[in-house]
Design a protein around this ligand. Sequence first.
Ligand SMILES: Nc1nc2c(c(=O)[nH]1)N[C@H]1C(S)=C(S)[C@@H](COP(=O)(O)OP(=O)(O)OC[C@H]3O[C@@H](n4cnc5c(=O)[nH]c(N)nc54)[C@H](O)[C@@H]3O)O[C@H]1N2
Ligand SMILES: Nc1nc2c(c(=O)[nH]1)N[C@H]1C(S)=C(S)[C@@H](COP(=O)(O)OP(=O)(O)OC[C@H]3O[C@@H](n4cnc5c(=O)[nH]c(N)nc54)[C@H](O)[C@@H]3O)O[C@H]1N2
Ligand SMILES: [Mo]
Length: 842
Amino acid sequence: MGGWVDRIAEPWGGRTPYGRGGTWPARVDTYLAEGIDPGTVERWVQSASILHSDGDAMDIAVRDGRIVGVRGRAVDRVNHGRLGPKDLFGWQANASPDRLTRPLVREGGRLVETDWDTAMERITGRSRQLLRERGPGAIGFYTTGQLFLEEYYTLAVIARAGIGTNHLDGNTRLCTSTAAEALKESFGCDGQPGSYDDIDHADTIALFGHNIAETQPVQWMRVLDRLEGADPPRLLCVDPRPTRVARRADVHLAPRVGTNVALLNALLHEIIRTDRVDHDYVAAHTVGFDELARRVADTTPAWAARICDVPAARIAEAAELLGTARRLLSTVLQGVYQSHQATAAAVQINNLHLLRGMLGRPGAGVLQMNGQPTAQNTRECGANGDLPGFRNWQNDEHVADLARVWNVDPSAIPHHGPPTHAMQMFRYAEQGSIRMLWISGTNPAVSLPELSRIRSILAQDRLFVVVQDLFLTETARLADVVLPAATWGEKTGTFTNADRTVHLSGKAVEPPGEARPDLDIFLDYAARMDFRDKDGGPLVTWHDPESAFEAWKRCSAGRPCDYTGITYGKLRGGSGIQWPCHDGAPEGTPRLYTEGVSWAAPDVCESYGKDLVTGAATEPVEYRALNPDGKAMLKAAAYVPPHEEPGERYPFQLTTGRTVYHFHTRTKTGRAPQLNAAAPDVWVEASAEDAAARGLAEGDLVEVATPRGALRGRLRVTDIRRGLLFVPFHYGYWDTPDGQGPGDGTPGRAANETTITDWDPVSKQPLFKTAAAALTLVERGDGTPAPAPTTTASAPAPAPASAPARGGSGPRVVPGTEGGPSARVAESDAMPWNGPGGGDGA
Ligand SMILES: Nc1nc2c(c(=O)[nH]1)N[C@H]1C(S)=C(S)[C@@H](COP(=O)(O)OP(=O)(O)OC[C@H]3O[C@@H](n4cnc5c(=O)[nH]c(N)nc54)[C@H](O)[C@@H]3O)O[C@H]1N2
Ligand SMILES: Nc1nc2c(c(=O)[nH]1)N[C@H]1C(S)=C(S)[C@@H](COP(=O)(O)OP(=O)(O)OC[C@H]3O[C@@H](n4cnc5c(=O)[nH]c(N)nc54)[C@H](O)[C@@H]3O)O[C@H]1N2
Ligand SMILES: [Mo]
């Protein structure tokens, strides 16, 4: 191994095969900007990727006060040196000339530059006025899964105990609220049971609605290396698109979108019918088996086949794979989480593992995946609609304990009802009860459903909007105050990936202009607001990242996400560390639930659970009666059809999602030349049959319309299932001529012009994956293919052997996606260059 690879053309790079139970060989990926000689790199600063939830560990190369490249960290448990395309190229956006460098305030309808004092005084002035006139419920905070732990914790203290509002949530609501909820429903508490190391040991890997090849490319490299080594795992993929995962799978099920629960109930039916149940495990560690068995008694493969439009025999094959696995690893992501029965479906995958006793052993685990790099911290710190440290808002002891940590009166922490979820916060803003919304690190004017509604909510005069970002995003353009933030590489902090691995990310360079770290902005606000504890001392007692981390450790002590054994010093130099990490587990904890379930006990659990159909919270007494010994809970759910089904006017199903080259609303990846060129504009995927039936061809300009709105893009004809359209949601408007998006009624290009304001009743996660839509031709293409990558799920369908449907207007062969010389990355089995140091941390 070793050499230069075009990592746009080959996103996963070269193979390093290994056998089951072996160690994944290291491969160090390095990318330095053109013209940078490795010998001239002055410093390598330790960090990890901030563009997905893997936590790929990397060192940032610095020269002349600028970031000039990155290289993977071979010592890290997560990536063993590898980096994905976004990791390799995404950092270039930091130095983009259009970074925000000064605060902006709205004057006479326009945003104008100002100084920090003026901007912060506007915010504190409005905060005080609203507190006085309307009370804390008039103020809401909408944050992200992309800041650092220290920042979320500070924000949570400010919002919950400083302002005293219940309106604090993250865009994690759109992302991993179902992961958290499914873990709470089954295990009583958030906390990822499995580990990425399970990929090394599994004999069967099942991916449910998870395009891991594109969204966690480094862990896909690991799967590929296992597939090419001795004793490879068998692969099951449940995804309606022809993803790279689907193409490598032993069994690929491509169900109608929105039918996961029917499919999973059939799989559980088969597991029970063929008696592949681990009865000892079920008896020792679970409650609810009889109810589950009753519920799936009639949900045969033949029954599910009709609902899911998948052959019954295929479903039986999938059940056979799952039923005969000795070490089963399952992963779950947005194909499950962003639908109307999100939690109900995700919980059935937990059930599968509980029935089969597939937990807490190497290779046997479930990964209710995260998406954003720091979403786990949003959840732990209570910036997501939960209380910090996985404390239970319905448990007065937990609230009292949190009040003790913060030295406030318990009544100062709102807990009269569940913390407000993001979709409800926007509703309150629409209705006028929320009058100030502070948005940090997220771009709702592109990422929330039904954008015409979101734009009109944010544009209201009566709503005071603060946006804290790196760029003048579509959302920032609607703000009253815009605060320029420093980001990854420009500030220090920690974050935790999807398998509980905590990494330290150091400051490598100065932020541009007057941009400030999010932590400093929140601390400044707390100081100006003069928040006090119950003895009159300052509420927020820390002043920098490390002291914030130490404060968080005190809050996490004794809770499942215990960080007390981690220090900045311990995170420097080596690998990331998996929580819980404390005196009893000083090196961290690879897997949870190695000896049964530990955190479901009524006095400990983060949640008493909810009804899987209505979402109503279970009362504490009910929980004690149902689960007195704190076991894992097998919860059954009946299939319910999607809320919006195709009909005459909207004959297609529409789903939305991602491509390997872009991150969300592209504020970073759209400013990285290699990534942008690989997928420069929106496209629409449809099957060859559907395209032919409508006389459409590759490259035609088409419109996708739903009752909410419409978008236009070029058609890509793929092997996607018939009747389904796919649109990537990455494309907003900041790089279009007017920067702002359509006037209402005119078609745009953002997927969320079309999506519906609706959510899973349990996790409150919006439904980005199921809608009904119409597809029409706007304008014939000129033979130019759609701007969609060929290396991914959007690969063109092979041209039909018969003559093209009409006049030959579509291209016969779509040229392959390539990056060229500027995308060449060094792959090496040792450190490629003896640059100074192994990363010198913060
Ligand atoms: N390249 C890239 N990587 C990313 C991100 C990114 O923007 N770009 N974002 C990160 C974040 S925040 C997240 S949340 C993750 C998301 O990661 P993923 O969940 O892997 O990505 P998506 O493309 O949203 O959806 C995954 C798959 O769900 C399938 N799907 C749609 N409907 C259904 C259904 O009804 N049933 C089933 N079984 N499958 C269905 C789609 O075909 C799609 O391939 O990615 C993270 N990593
Ligand atoms: N149709 C459809 N919609 C979706 C999804 C889908 O699959 N389909 N997926 C949903 C999911 S899973 C997610 S996670 C969301 C993502 O949606 P968003 O969070 O809205 O998308 P991002 O583009 O990641 O926005 C992050 C913003 O934070 C800024 N930022 C980056 N780093 C920092 C920092 O250090 N400090 C500050 N203050 N700002 C920073 C970026 O410039 C950017 O504007 O989209 C959701 N929306
Ligand atoms: Mo996400």
